[in-house]
Write a protein that binds this ligand. Structure first.
Ligand code: NAD
Length: 494
């Protein structure tokens, strides 16, 4: 990685941001702004509009017009594809610049940010762009004298509300299939990670996407997000974030126009290590990455380690050493393995979980405290807690920070019961050399993705979605189109 370029970009002033509505940059309707504080050092990075409900409504109206007049949905799929591919090329050409801006905004370590943010968005947009002129409708097997055609029609205006941990990756998981399908979008980024999404929205215009097709409104979830959720002009709502917000969106849909709501929520994902795991050193290293990368701010983070009692002490020791070997700190240093916690608020929440575990007599094997306070930034040591009981808050609730809860098990049956013993069902992993056991576990664990002898890394070809209180619907893969394309039947008497 070009470190001198990173140093130049790190110091570059960031101009005040604006909404993108109907192809134009706009301030908030009342002129209010929000400060964008960098988690790297606590300094003011720039400002962005503190959006109002009127701003959201203006963006929704623009998206509605853009959908209804067919400027996007009536383009030949190959024409939409060409614009989306150009968009991906423009993002790729500025990947490092965009990644550094994102790191300054949300704190993810640059190595991961570059790959998981702009370059992941590029891959996602290309994937859906390439797919859109290869999706066929159906001719139904009807009786002679009739013809049943099943069309796939774009759902209309999509409201997309996304979180701060991977704004571009998760944003592109929504934007890629929605835009490829011919929908128009009003996007609401998170308060603490809006800048890169605004930047790529500008590039969409540059690539030739018509004004009004992609609109971005910044501000508070309870104001801008709520206005999108309540709007009768929005046909579908796609969301990644917390369960509490997900519930509000479902209520808003019920109160307004019954828009469909697709939720990707949190997790308390079990990472299950059996004594027969093929390589315990590798398992410990990957497990540490599986919880501690991006300071644990990963929806699929393996935040519960369920470990065979026979290897508990040995494995915890290996994992604690792997955690301590991870370099935590300046996310713009390419050798950093885990960057900053996104905000003071998130850090306080992480530490509160640790304090509660300590008060309950649980053992903090490593970490458990804030570090690098002298930088002004928000950093936390990777933390491993043993002796956690299945009913502890630390075993049941998502921390969304670098805190690992360790629970022992004696039998496969007990491991399954522990794994399924939360309200969530997003991700899981099983480490074993026994192929039959691996398949049994995949069947029995309630989760959207079960990794075997690895953690994370699933690519665009496979869906990601949760069960239980981890959500509904899927991002990634061709299945994501289901959220953005309606089935429409033409029944014809011949
Ligand atoms: P959050 O729910 O507070 O915020 C997410 C988004 O919703 C933000 O844009 C926010 O502004 C908006 N929002 C907040 N209140 C709203 C309201 N009343 N109406 C409409 N919009 C509102 O979550 P967060 O703290 O930003 O993100 C962390 C959470 O996201 C974690 O729980 C994490 O597990 C989850 N997450 C899930 C996935 C996944 O794929 N399942 C991926 C990443 C993060």
């Amino acid at each position: 990685m070009d470190t001198s370029r990173i140093d130049t970009l790190r110091a570059a002033p960031v101009p005040p941001a604006a909404h993108l509505i109907d192809g134009a940059h706009r301030p908030a309707s009342d002129g209010a702004v929000m400060e964008v504080i960098s988690p790297l050092d606590g300094t003011l990075l720039t400002t962005m509009p503190r959006g109002t409900a009127q701003d959201a409504e203006a963006a929704i109206a623009a998206a509605r017009r853009a959908f209804d007049d067919g400027r996007w949905s009536d383009l030949a799929p190959a024409a939409r594809k060409a614009i989306l591919l150009k968009w991906a090329d423009l993002i790729e050409a500025q990947a490092l610049e965009i990644a550094v801006l994102g790191v300054r905004d949300n704190g993810t370590e640059i190595g991961m940010a570059l790959k998981a943010e702009p370059l992941s968005a590029v891959a996602t947009i290309r994937y859906y762009a390439e797919a859109i002129d290869k999706l066929y409708g159906e001719i139904a097997p009807t009786a002679p004298g009739t013809l049943g055609l099943v069309h796939r029609a774009p759902v209309g205006v999509v409201g997309a509300i996304v979180p701060w941990n991977f704004p571009l990756m998760i944003g592109a998981w929504k934007l890629g299939p929605a835009l490829a399908a011919g929908c128009t979008v009003v996007l609401k980024p998170a308060e603490t990670a809006s800048l890169t999404l605004l930047r790529i929205a500008d590039l969409a215009l540059e690539a030739g996407m018509p004004p009004g097709v992609l609109n971005v409104v910044t501000g508070e979830g309870g104001v801008v997000g709520a206005a999108i959720a309540e709007s009768p002009q929005v046909d579908a709502l796609v969301f990644t974030g917390s369960g509490a917000t997900g519930r509000r969106l479902l209520e808003a849909s019920a109160r307004s126009n019954l828009k469909r709501v697709y939720l990707e929520l949190g997790g308390k994902s079990p990472n299950i290590v059996f004594a027969d795991a093929p390589d315990l050193d590798e398992a410990a290293k990957v497990s540490a990455m599986g919880i501690f990368r991006n300071s644990g701010q990963v929806c699929v983070a393996g935040s519960r380690l369920l470990v065979d009692r026979a290897i508990h002490d040995v494995f915890v020791e290996k994992l604690a050493r792997a955690a301590e070997a991870m370099k935590v700190g300046d996310p713009l240093d390419p050798s950093t393995a885990s960057g900053a916690v996104n905000s003071e608020r998130q850090l306080a929440q992480n530490l509160a979980f640790v304090e509660e575990a300590r008060a309950q007599g649980r053992t903090i094997v490593t970490g458990g405290h804030r570090i690098l306070e002298e930088t002004g930034g928000t950093y936390m040591a990777p933390t491993v807690v043993t002796g956690v009981a299945p009913t502890d808050r630390l075993a049941q609730e998502e921390v969304f920070g670098p805190v690992l809860a360790v629970l022992p098990f004696d039998t496969e049956k007990e491991a399954i019961a522990l794994a399924n013993g939360t309200d969530f069902g997003l991700a899981a992993a099983v480490w074993t050399a026994d192929l039959s056991r691996a398949h049994r576990m995949v069947r029995r664990i309630r989760a959207g993705v079960v990794h075997v002898n690895t953690y994370g890394g699933a690519d665009m070809t496979v869906p990601l979605g949760g069960v239980g209180q981890s959500g509904n619907g899927h991002d990634k893969s061709l299945h994501a189109f289901d959220k953005y394309l309606d089935l429409k039947t033409a029944w014809i008497k011949l």
